[in-house]
Design a protein around this ligand. Sequence first.
Ligand SMILES: Nc1ncnc2c1ncn2[C@@H]1O[C@H](COP(=O)(O)OP(=O)(O)OP(=O)(O)O)[C@@H](O)[C@H]1O
Ligand SMILES: [Mg+2]
Length: 353
Amino acid sequence: MDAAKLRETVLSRLKTVTYPGFSRDIVSFGMIRDVAVDDQGRVTVTIVYSTEPDRIRQAIEQAVVQVIQGIQDVQSVEVRATHREMARPSVPQKQPVPGVQHVIAVASAKGGVGKSTVAVNLAYALKELGYAVGLLDADIYGPSAPIMLKTEGEPTTDGRRIFPVPAMGLKMISIGFFLPTEDQALIWRGPMVMKAVHQLVWDVEWASLDYLVVDLPPGTGDAQLTLLQEVQLSGAIIVTTPQRVALVDARKGVTMFRRLETSVLGIVENMSYFQCPKCGEVYEIFDRRGGFHAAKMLGVPFLGEIPIEPRLREGADRGEPVFLCAPDSEVTRAFMEIARKVVDALPVPSARQ
Ligand SMILES: Nc1ncnc2c1ncn2[C@@H]1O[C@H](COP(=O)(O)OP(=O)(O)OP(=O)(O)O)[C@@H](O)[C@H]1O
Ligand SMILES: [Mg+2]
C-alpha cells in the first residue's frame, strides 16, 4: 500500500475510536491534529487534548494504537499528544455558569424514561423549597420544557444576552425556542448541537440562580459531551425505570459522568409502580426496584422512586407540574423528597447561608 492510501486507511480506522463513554468518535470531535505516514509504513498520530484526565488519554491512545496496528503494511505506530490551549485558543474548560450556584444535569441512557418529567418537577420542587431555580432544556431531539411548563412569552434578547422565559416561577430556556421547525432537530449535525448547547449555557443571562437543572437528550452524544467538558456541574441525576436491565442503562450513565469527573448525585427510579386509585392495590408494571439495585451496585445514592400517575402525564401535556395537577399525590411527595436529598447533597447556595 502506498503512503497516501495507508494514511486514508489509518484515518478511517481512527473514525471507529469513540471518546470513552460517549458515542462520538475522536476524529469528528476534532481530536486528531495530524496523521503522518512514511514509505516504510511508520505512522505518527498527533492527538489534541483539552482537559482530559490521564486515564481518558491512556484509553484513547491504547485504542488508537490498537486499531492502527491491525492494518496491513503498518510497521510502527507513534502517538504524540498536544494541548488544545496551545493549538488554538478556546473557551476555558469547565467553567462555572455566571450567576448560578449549582448546575445539575438530568440524564438517562435510554429515551422515554422520564428525564424531562424529573427535570421539570425537580426544578419546581426546588422552587417550592424557596430557591431561585432555572431549567435548561438541552434536548435537541425532543425539547419538552415549553410543553411541560406554561411559559410567559418567548425568550428576549438585548442583542448581547438571551433572557430566559418566566415559566411557573422558574427561569426557563429551551433549545425548542430556537428550532425553526419541529423536525429541524433531526437534521442537526454534531457541531451544530454542540454550538447550540454552548450558547444556551453561556449566552443566557441566568443570574441569579441557586440551582440550574439541565434536561439532557437520551444517551451519550454531543450535547452531553459539550456540557460535561465546558460546564462545572455540581452533579448529575440518572433516571431509570424498575426493570432489571436498568442496571445496564444506569451504568452507561454513571460511566459517562465519571469519565469526565462529574459526581453522580444519584439515581431516580421512575414509573416504579401503579397504585389503583379505586382498590388501592399496587401493580409493579415494569418489574421491581431495578433503580434501587442499580444504585447499590454502582455505589451511588438512590434518590427515590416515582410511581406511575396518570395525572402527572395529563398535567405535563397542559404545562402543569405535578405539584399543581396532583398536589396530594405520592408523586408530588416523592419529588419533594428527592429535591431535599439534592439540596442536602450539595453545599448550601451561598446567598442562603
Ligand atoms: N411517573 C409517571 N407517570 C405517568 N406518566 C409519566 C411518568 N413519567 C413520565 N411520564 C410520561 O411519559 C412520557 C415520557 O416522559 P418524559 O418525556 O419525561 O421522558 P424523557 O426521558 O424525557 O423522554 P425523551 O428521552 O424522549 O426526552 C411523557 O408523556 C410523560 O408525561
Ligand atoms: Mg425528554
